[in-house]
Structures are given as structure tokens and as C-alpha cells.
Ligand binder design. Structure first.
Ligand code: ADP
Length: 461
């Protein structure tokens, strides 16, 4: 399954911002030497300052720096890095990159290329999931793409249906079809979009769930055949499919549903020979039925809420698994303690349709003691400090505020106090929007579904 395992003492982190800093924090604690990579826009960035060594990749544009496979591999060679952690985004789910590392004899801190490929195509992935007994949204994901056949499948499923590009991602080539009358026009539109974005026209059709929650399960597998789940996260609060507030555990889950979803997620991972940290995303319907959506074959942005409720360091697990060790804990040794939230702080202006903001951070601080907050209960994962410049080149996420409480209400109260205590000056952020979300009666009341923001627009803006 995996190529031979090699110990390593130097880790290159092929990313930037908060995740690069977060990965290096654990690497240092484990006694590893850390190597950062950077583009010209990031020459003086926090992740570069914190690394033991740093290598320039190229100009600011990501495709000329952070996405440049040869440059990243060369940086690892030059610095003697035996392993590369990809973070999320950039090269984290890039099959050819992982294959190139396998050839170069450098350890990829993530799954084998074959597992990434297995989840890359939505139709093929659904076929395998169905084989593994993982519940799917009723739908059609066959090879026959004849217009009349697709239409009759949609009729059979019952409207509304969702058309999705097989090769899709990021919401492209995806449309809701409300009735039979609109099917052909939507199909033509999706095919065009999918052809333009992915060079592929294959479509799948799914029953469109009108009020689902986004509940995802954290899984972990080692290279010795062990697999566990570290429970679930609710990420229903999204704006244009972008997660904004996440929490763990998901409110209102029975122990039985939690076990069923967890076991389904581990089956999904086993089916594709998974190794490392992965997330299996499900849609959870109001009646408690759940359906596989996709598997993300990397560490997620929102992994800290899982760390907070389990007391585990997922990056440490990743590095240990990459070194060939067994999973630190078995399923029955994992437990949930309390509740956790994560709020994503973006440099963007909610007053101007969330336009990304840039500038110099005249101040970026969170004085926990001054605010009377317990440092053990609040964590700020950030890629910036006072004095840093926020450019327009990359994802506008500045930091993540993560809190823990004995129960959901307590954790939410802490989140609100921590958001208020955050002192950011010089760059516009979505902080006030996060505060409106986190104090919203419907959020407090767990009225969650993926259209939460849309539905509560009147009171959020
Ligand atoms: P992408 O890979 O383009 O992000 P996904 O298949 O992950 O596409 O779906 C993106 C989002 O669309 C999900 O997070 C969910 O909110 C919504 N969605 C996907 N499938 C369905 C469905 N069958 N019914 C209702 N909503 C869905």
C-alpha cells in the first residue's frame, strides 16, 4: 500500500499562513527541524520567520511558487528534508505531486496517490462508496450520459434534483433543477460549465435535499491496517459553500448515529486504502438519515475543534503515521470532552459583499488575561502578527479563533468574549459578522442547515 517507511528529522512545510505555522509548532515540539518555503510576497511572512530554514520558491503568483511541484521538491532536496507536509489547499490533494515525491524518495505526510485519485472523480468515488456500504444520496452516477436516459433518471429520482459535474469541485458545474421542464436547459448549462472548467462533461444526478446539515467525520488510518474516527464536526454555517463557523461535536447527535456515521466513514477510508488524516463529508437530513458527499484527503482547516474535544494533536498523529508508527489510540480509547467552536477570521469586508481587504496590520492581538479568558480554553491559530502586510495574492483567511467549553452554551459564550477581545487594526475583517453569527438566536438554538446564512440574511447583515 505505502512505499517503505523512512524516519525523517527534517520536515518541509509546503504551505503558508496559519496552517504552515500550526504544522511547524507540532513539528518543533517533536524535535524535528522545520523548513519553510515562500514566494516573493511572503519573504518576511510569519511562517518564514518561525522556520529553522526557508527556501524561496518564486514570484508571488501561487502557480509560480506554492503550486510549483519541481521547485518544492528541489527545496526539500537542498535542505535535506525527508518529508513534506502539504497543509491544505495548494498541493495537498495533487496526485502527480504525491507520485513525484514517491519517486524522489521523499515522504508525503498524507495518503498515497492512489487514494487521492480514488476520491478525485465524483462518479467513480460514489461507485466505490456504494460498494463499501456507505450510504449515498439517491441518484444516478452511471457511465451512460445519453440525454434521454439522464432525464428519465431525474424523473425517477423526483424533483428537485441536483446536477453535478463528475469531475467537479468548488461548486462548479452544479445546478439545482426544480422541475422536469427545466431539466434539459440545466443539463446543457452544466455540461458547458464543466467542459470549460474541467475538460469533462460527465454529469451525475442527485436528489436535492432541501434542508441538510453538513456533518463531517474525522478519520485516521495508519499503514498497519488500523483505522479510527475522531467523531464529527458540524460545518453547516457556510457562505457560498465556504465554511465560516464550525463546531464539534455536532449538536443533537445520538450516540447511535455518531457510531453509525463514524463507522461508515472508516469503511469509506478502508475501501480506498487510506493512510493518514482524512475527512468524510456527509449531508445529514432532518430525519437522521445521512449521505456520503465527498472525502477530503488532507487535514482540514477546521481540524482544531476536533483536537479540542478529543485532547489529541492531529498533526502529531499525521507525522507519527508518516514515520510508519501505529495510531496512538484505538477507537475505544477516544472520547469527547465538552464542546468546541472555530470562527474563521477573514480579511474581507462584509459591508462590501465580502470583498477581500488588504493593508498593514497596525495591531493584531488577543489579550486573554486582560479579557479574563482562560488560555487553556482559547486558541488563536494565526499566520500573522502586528506589523505584517496582508496582500491580495492568497486566501484572505488571517486566523482561526478556537474555543472550548464544558458544554455548547459555555463554549459559545467564550467564543463571543474572545471575538470581542480580538484587537485587529489596519485591515478590515469579518469580525463583526462573526459576532452577529455567534450571538444569533437561531445559531444559539441549533437551527442549523447549509442555508443558515441565506435564511437569516435579514438579521445578519
Ligand atoms: P464541490 O466539490 O463542488 O464543493 P460538493 O459535492 O461537495 O461539491 O457539494 C457542495 C455543497 O453543495 C455541499 O457542501 C452542500 O452544501 C451542497 N450539496 C451537495 N450535494 C447536495 C444534495 N444532494 N442536496 C443538497 N445540497 C447538496
Amino acid at each position: 500500500m505505502t512505499s517503505e517507511v523512512k524516519k525523517f528529522d527534517t520536515l518541509l512545510v509546503a504551505n503558508r499562513g496559519e496552517i504552515a505555522c500550526r504544522v511547524m509548532r507540532t513539528a518543533r515540539a517533536m524535535g524535528l527541524r522545520t523548513v519553510a518555503v515562500y514566494s516573493d510576497a511572503d519573504a518576511n511572512a510569519r511562517h518564514v520567520r518561525e522556520a529553522d530554514e526557508a527556501v524561496r520558491l518564486g514570484p508571488a503568483a501561487a502557480r509560480e511558487s506554492y503550486l510549483k511541484v519541481e521547485a518544492v521538491i528541489e527545496a526539500a532536496r537542498r535542505t535535506g528534508a525527508g518529508a513534506i507536509h502539504p497543509g491544505y489547499g495548494f498541493l495537498s490533494e495533487n496526485g502527480p505531486f504525491v507520485e513525484a515525491l514517491e519517486k524522489a524518495g521523499i515522504t508525503f505526510v498524507g495518503p498515497p496517490a492512489s487514494a487521492i485519485a480514488a476520491m478525485g472523480d465524483k462518479s467513480a468515488a460514489k461507485e466505490r462508496m456504494s460498494h463499501a456500504g456507505v450510504p449515498l444520496v439517491p441518484g444516478y452516477h452511471g457511465d451512460d450520459q445519453d440525454d434521454a436516459l439522464l432525464k428519465s433518471e431525474a424523473d425517477k429520482i423526483g424533483y428537485p434534483v441536483l446536477l453535478k459535474a463528475s469531475a467537479g469541485g468548488g461548486g462548479k458545474g452544479m445546478r439545482v433543477v426544480e422541475s422536469a421542464a427545466g431539466f434539459q436547459a440545466a443539463l446543457d448549462g452544466c455540461r458547458r460549465e464543466s467542459q470549460a472548467a474541467f475538460g469533462d462533461q460527465r454529469m451525475l444526478i442527485e436528489k436535492y435535499l432541501t434542508q441538510p446539515r453538513h456533518v463531517e467525520v474525522q478519520v485516521f488510518c495508519d499503514s498497519h491496517g488500523n483505522g479510527v474516527y475522531l467523531f464529527e464536526r458540524d460545518c453547516s454555517v457556510q457562505r457560498r459553500h465556504q465554511k465560516v463557523l464550525e463546531e464539534a461535536p455536532a449538536p443533537g447527535m445520538s450516540a447511535e448515529l455518531r457510531r453509525e456515521m463514524g463507522e461508515a466513514a472508516v469503511r469509506a477510508a478502508r475501501e480506498i486504502g487510506y493512510v493518514g488524516a482524512g475527512t468524510v463529508e456527509f449531508l445529514l437530513d432532518a430525519d437522521g438519515s445521512f449521505f456520503f458527499m465527498e472525502m477530503n484527503t488532507r487535514l482540514q482547516v477546521e481540524h482544531p475543534v476536533t483536537e479540542m474535544i478529543t485532547g489529541q494533536d492531529l498533526v502529531e498523529w499525521q507525522l507519527r503515521v508518516a514515520m510508519g508508527e501505529r495510531l496512538p489510540l484505538a477507537q475505544d480509547e477516544l472520547t469527547i470532552t465538552g464542546h468546541s467552536f472555530e470562527a474563521r477570521l477573514y480579511a474581507e469586508d462584509p459591508e462590501q459583499d465580502f470583498l477581500p481587504a488588504t493593508g498593514r496590520l497596525d495591531r493584531f492581538a488577543l489579550d486573554l488575561v486582560g479579557a479574563g479568558l482562560d488560555p487553556a480554553k482559547v486558541r488563536l491559530d494565526s499566520g500573522v502578527e502586528t506589523g505584517d502586510v496582508v496582500s491580495m495574492h492568497y486566501d484572505p483567511m488571517l486566523a482561526k479563533l478556537i474555543v472550548h467549553g464544558d458544554d455548547r452554551d459555555q463554549a459559545l459564550a467564550t467564543l463571543n468574549r474572545a471575538l470581542a477581545a480580538l484587537d485587529v487594526q489596519g485591515v478590515v475583517t469579518n469580525r463583526a459578522f462573526l459576532q452577529r453569527l455567534a450571538t444569533h438566536p437561531a445559531f444559539k438554538g441549533c437551527e442549523l442547515d447549509t442555508r443558515f446564512i441565506e435564511k437569516n440574511e435579514a438579521t445578519l447583515f
